[in-house]
Design a protein. Structure first.
Length: 461
């Protein structure tokens, strides 16, 4: 007896430890422990099973179950079909409650299977038709343990016991039975129904007759043409389907864009979004850059000038419609006469003929009109005689002489090398004849060995 008491004490301590572990673990349910719904006759004794659907790893249990003493009188608890090798249960029996616990002596875990872990022995004391629930008191009062004393997560499903005989009223349901004990079966039972889709959706009622629902009063509506309103108007199960999109446009000038008008969320939505302006529209390009419907309206004419000298004039650069092209309104004045040499127009500092040069710099005022010799170059220098031109020349100069006669001796005695070309026309534009020198020509200083003269189109006599 002492050994048995020690064993049950150890079992209680094991399961108390297990219960504490369960509280700490908070594991999700992995298996189900349940008490089936049972019936019995008044005065009979029944062993009500506590079942498990998966006994893997179970090495001990504690169940705390409550019931109605007006229906049952439970006196003990026994081992179940899966726990024949467990210790005899340690039971605490009080009116309306059974506490039973047991462990496998060597803490060997069950390897699986389904069946009963315990049997609760009760005498039926209630009158016919009475019933009671068989309720698991929540964890830790009700627990499962493995061989290490760790909690096994489980779902606990309460059971019931009904005493045979008599009618116990309950809510009437559609099952072909007189649930509310009024001698009528499935009376006054209806339930709402629905039919059709979209705009054709309707509602109705079904009536229960001898456990079967029927006589549905629901009738669907009539379909209509689909429109964009967020409703399935044609009752085909799709909302706003088949509504064609149409092209749209928006914005002006560079902001012009295109889009489409489509049905979105029950409303026609235009996807077109105008672009952003890109400028102040102040250039003459026939583009509406500020997107106000007018192009080039902010163009400001700019001052211009044209012509040189006496022809100088002013105007404006304007934007000309309808082509939006830039045009300069400036027109130069008419040129006047410049020269000839000796004329007052060659001494008034004005570029009278508008050729970009004035007075002596203008060829029209140049002495070239009367002087027959010049030193060629970008700005030729003109002289009356060949000797005067030679005296003014520098090394490598070219002296050009008109086709004419020159009387007098020539002396070329400077330490420079020049070229003397004769036979030019009055404009010095081409060689048109010969130049004749009547007199002696001396080239170089005797014994100096310096200077040179190259001669062309020249007659000396």
């Amino acid at each position: 007896m002492k050994k048995m008491s020690t064993l049950f004490f150890a079992a209680k301590m094991f399961l108390m430890f297990f219960a504490a572990q369960l509280i700490l673990s908070g594991s999700a349910f992995a298996t189900t422990v349940s008490i089936p719904a049972s019936t019995g006759d008044n005065g009979s004794v029944y062993d009500i099973p506590v079942n498990i659907d998966n006994a893997t790893a179970v090495a001990g249990y504690q169940f705390t179950i409550t019931y109605d003493t007006a229906v049952l009188n439970c006196t003990t608890a026994l081992r179940g079909s899966l726990t024949a090798g467990f210790d005899s249960p340690s039971n605490t029996i009080t009116p309306g409650q059974v506490v039973t616990l047991s462990i496998e002596p060597s803490l060997t875990e069950l390897t699986g299977g389904s069946g009963s872990l315990a049997l609760i022995r009760c005498t039926v004391t209630g009158a016919g038709g009475t019933n009671t629930s068989l309720h698991f008191v929540p964890e830790p009062a009700t627990v499962l343990a493995n061989g290490n004393g760790d909690a096994i997560a489980a779902t606990y499903v309460d059971g019931s016991f009904t005493v045979n005989g008599g009618c116990v009223p309950s809510t009437e349901i559609c099952d072909g039975l007189d649930n509310d004990c009024d001698a009528l079966i499935d009376e006054d039972l209806t339930r709402p129904t629905s039919c059709g889709v979209g705009a054709c959706a309707g509602t109705g009622l079904e009536t229960c007759t001898m456990g079967v629902w029927g006589s549905d009063t629901c009738a669907p509506g009539n379909p209509m043409a689909e429109v964009c309103d967020g409703i399935d108007n044609n009752c085909d199960g799709a909302i706003d389907n088949g509504i064609a999109s149409t092209p749209t446009s928006c914005g002006v000038g560079v902001c012009a864009r295109t889009g489409s008008l489509s049905c979105v969320g029950g409303a026609m939505v235009d996807s077109c979004a105008p672009g952003a302006p890109i400028g102040a529209d102040n250039n003459c390009n026939n583009i509406d850059e500020n997107c106000n419907g007018t192009s080039d309206e902010n163009y400001v004419p700019t001052p211009t000038s044209c012509g040189v000298g006496a022809c100088f004039s002013t105007g404006q650069m304007v934007c000309v419609l309808p082509n939006h092209a830039l045009a300069d309104t400036c027109l130069p004045l008419d040129p006047q006469t410049e020269g000839p040499y000796g004329n007052l127009t060659c001494e008034d500092t004005l570029d009278n003929d508008c050729d970009g040069t004035a007075d002596a710099a203008d060829t029209d005022c140049s002495a070239s009109g009367i002087l027959p010799v010049r030193i060629a170059g970008t700005t030729p220098a003109y002289y009356q005689t060949i000797g005067a031109a030679y005296d003014a020349a520098v090394n490598a100069d070219i002296i050009e002489v008109r086709a004419a006669e020159f009387i007098g001796d020539l002396i070329f005695d400077r330490h420079i090398s020049v070229t003397l070309k004769g036979g030019y026309d009055p404009a010095y534009s081409a060689v048109s004849g010969m130049t004749t020198v009547i007199g002696a020509v001396t080239i170089g200083v005797p014994g100096s060995g310096a200077g040179a003269l190259t001669v062309g189109e020249l007659i000396i006599r």
